[in-house]
Design a protein around this ligand. Sequence first.
Ligand code: P5A
Length: 439
Amino acid sequence: MLLTRFFLPVLKENPKEAEIISHIYMLRAGMIQQSASGIYSWLPLGKIILEKVTDICRQEMIKAGANEILMPTLQPAEIWKESGRYEDYGKEMLRINDRNNRDLLYGPTNEELVTEIFRTHVKSYKELPLNLFHIQWKFRDEVRPRFGVMRGREFLMKDAYSFDMNYNSSIKSYNIMFIAYMQLFKKMGLKAIPMRAETGPIGGDLSHEFIIIAETGESEVFVERELLNYESSVTKINYNEDLQEEVNRFTSFYAATKEKHEESNFHNEDNILIKTRGIEVGHIFHFGQKYSLPMRATISDKEGNKIPVFMGSYGVGLSRLVGAIIEANHDHKGIIWPKEITPWDYNIINLKSGDNDCDNICLNLYNLMKANGLEVLYDDTDERTGAKLARADLIGLPYQIIIGPKGIKDQLYDLKSRKSGDISRLSYNELINFVQTNK
Ligand code: P5A
């Protein structure tokens, strides 16, 4: 991508309204623009990152056996009246009245709508287990929208819903999602810690939040020190096997959100309990028949008995994740994208656009790298060196290749690692060698 052809409206100053680093950098790096309180437009850089995060999540859901659907943002009030949540949800729900005076709402979540789809089509245990997921914007009229996309009013969620014929099978489905969450956060370069959590307005008997430890996080959490250092990799996952043991590996540690925390439940005397803060990037719920009973979503079992289906729901805050990834990966100069998320691996910076030699070298390199399948952003603008370098650090691609008249004279070019700040001076061939072995 040529930077002159890319809409990247960076800001030089820290915006006054932003309090935390991810919000500041998302505004400064031209990723988002506020439209109304807690509601944002996603500009090209932001949109690319949001797509990356979404895609990692989607791929893991598909691997775990879930089917992707797409439900609308607007829902009829009737199904929420059936489940009993229409009144319960209170002021957080945005209620809309259409021209025919029908009550609609902008979905804050989709348990009711997916149950309505399920009960229309699925009648027999033979069709179970089933997991349906979608990726859709939600609206919650939060009392205090803040921290940019972290606590928005409109936000993007991946929400999955499992359907099973009995409790045991339903727990298996819960475990599959639990492990899929561990995998997908790891694939985003994040260490998410599963914690016992309250079920709130979604309901149910079993729930875990997935928390990224961060000072700026809104959730107060209590974690056994061991778990903070624990390698979160779940190796060689087979979603067809019973995953209870894998889940136990994580849940055997003490980790709870403030609402669930009870000091007396922490037994490990050799270890230390740490009180810290974190960002909730995912939340999973097992609620059995909470919706299927009132909404009459029944299935017939082997004997022909009609049983309300057992359900769970599983949410990932995709737009919040973009902020969380920045909270976990930045320095005082800007964002440092992890390789799993970065929009481009290399940032070629032409320090003297308009100079024939500089232009030729940069363009040759850019074309060669692209032809080799590398992801490259080429800063071909004619701005000042200082502004270019500061912007490159702000937008945080893993490697910068900095080319100016001095380098051309010496035939040595600067390769800078954004993370370490280390600069190597390489010949053209060494540079080509490096990028080809670092694909
Ligand atoms: C699970 C899926 C649910 O809504 N129903 C469907 C269940 N859970 S949840 O915990 O309420 O939300 C799931 C995730 O969405 C993110 N999230 C938000 N992100 C940005 N701004 C908000 N206001 C917001 N509210 C929730 C969180 O990551 C949460 O874990």
